[in-house]
Write a protein that binds this ligand. Structure first.
Ligand SMILES: CC(C)(COP(=O)(O)OP(=O)(O)OC[C@H]1O[C@@H](n2cnc3c(N)ncnc32)[C@H](O)[C@@H]1OP(=O)(O)O)[C@@H](O)C(=O)NCCC(=O)NCCS
Length: 189
């Protein structure tokens, strides 16, 4: 994944020195449980996750340029969504979290818009997914603002949250939907 820039943010790969910034938000119970993982109990847990992010290289660190600080993450995961039959479409699933100190400023919609553009225009993807749990209205709002279309609801068991059962709503954008919307925006310019 190449480095991406938005007006306020830089999206880059993770570095070992990002661990304190990750722990600052990963220990907050408002963050992980809304995304399917439990709050970090100590910095060692955050260290393990930074190591994984560095190894897998499919998760961006979201850096707030004005503070030169990592304030969240966005994964662009190479996976097929459950409930969908395997296909040879080139698809990715977006997942994200943000440090609660920075919520409500339109930061994640700014990030998601740029990653969608990158996915379709540079990676040549056919399809991008994004899902949220039915109780997560903040993520639902980001997904709606980012132009995703609702596809289906499924039930999931979350192994990292004591096997809690949740309903998950899944949305996607196809490349046809993306380029049709882009063409209509350019016509209006
Ligand atoms: C979902 C999340 C990334 C949103 O990022 P963001 O940059 O704050 O997005 P926005 O600024 O567009 O705000 C999204 C909504 O949250 C609302 N919101 C922001 N801060 C809030 C707060 N403290 N309490 C209640 N609502 C809040 C906003 O009003 C907005 O709703 P609106 O569009 O109807 O006005 C962030 O809330 C988060 O990290 N949540 C925890 C992890 C998570 O849920 N990840 C997604 C898993 S699918």
């Amino acid at each position: 994944m190449k480095k991406l820039l938005t007006e306020r943010l830089e999206l880059r790969l993770w570095q070992p020195s990002d661990v304190n910034d990750l722990y600052e938000y990963a220990k907050d119970p408002q963050v992980g449980p809304n995304a399917g993982w439990s709050a970090h109990e100590n910095i060692k847990e955050s260290q393990r996750i930074v190591d994984l992010f560095i190894k897998d290289a499919d998760v961006y660190a979201i850096v707030l340029k004005s503070e030169n600080k990592v304030i969240g993450s966005l994964g662009l995961h190479d996976r097929t969504i459950e409930n969908e039959s395997p296909s040879d479409l080139k698809q990715r699933e977006i997942g994200y979290v943000l440090n609660p100190k920075y919520w409500g400023k339109g930061i994640m919609p700014e990030v998601v818009k740029t990653v969608i553009e990158y996915g379709f225009e540079e990676l040549g993807l056919d399809l991008i997914w994004c899902c949220h749990f039915d109780f997560n209205n903040k993520s639902k709002s980001v997904i709606h603002k980012s132009g995703f279309n609702y596809r289906f609801t499924t039930t999931k068991t979350l192994p990292n949250l004591n096997n809690k059962e949740v309903n998950q709503l899944c949305y996607s954008i196809t490349k046809e939907e993306y380029f049709t919307a882009e063409a209509s925006v350019s016509r209006r310019r």
